[in-house]
Ligand binder design. Sequence first.
Ligand code: PGA
Length: 254
Amino acid sequence: MTALKPLVVANWKMNGLKTSLAEIETVQSQATSQSLYETADIMFCLPATLLHCAVEGFTPSQISFGGQNCHVKTSGAYTGDISAEMLADVGAKAVIVGHSERRSDHGETSATVTLKAQAAHNIGLQAVICIGETAGERAANLTLKVIKRQIYDSVPKGATAHNTIIAYEPVWAIGTGLTPTPDDVAKVHDYIRQEISTYLGATNGDTMRLLYGGSVKPDNAKDLLFASNVNGALVGGASLKSEQFLGILECYKT
Ligand code: PGA
């Protein structure tokens, strides 16, 4: 299997005002001067309010942009929601779906997540599909069982390595400063790759990017992101400040 170029995705969640785009500007200029684009692709998944502005302001650039959620429908009477088509319309290339905060705070089920991923695919966006076990499930030794169920229930049957990225985010590691050991990450990622191959075929299984997310910081990036079958990261807190995000990107420099 050929090595997949890592992808580091910033997930700003409900953070960031127009002035915060200066952080991306710093990432862009540093990534250029340090040739960081050669070793990793970079994406910012921004609040919807900032997407248009960012795409306009940072194009042309090797940084791509995505949304953090989309509705399952293309349009309609859904006050406050945003469709995949709307994200694509302002230049997004991807959308995060099934983040654990959406699953827990908004009751999103895997059935909904798969419809959202499908909506993204239909309009040509990549879906970054999040999966991961809770602390309780981990303590009960159910991690792989939960992961398997989430793969089959959250990833649409027609998904490909081109239109889908899987982000493994143990729920207990998100925003807590806690992380699994690199061995634990490797065990889960090896398992995800194997299950994706079974579910979507060997080609997709071999070439789909699998990101790790959950308290990735500059000081643990090298350990976590070089674990077996990890092809990048989904970064929350540490993506808000350019210095920390760059610190993570720099782990790929030899
Ligand atoms: P964190 O968030 O890096 O702040 O733990 C990751 C995520 O939720 O995507």
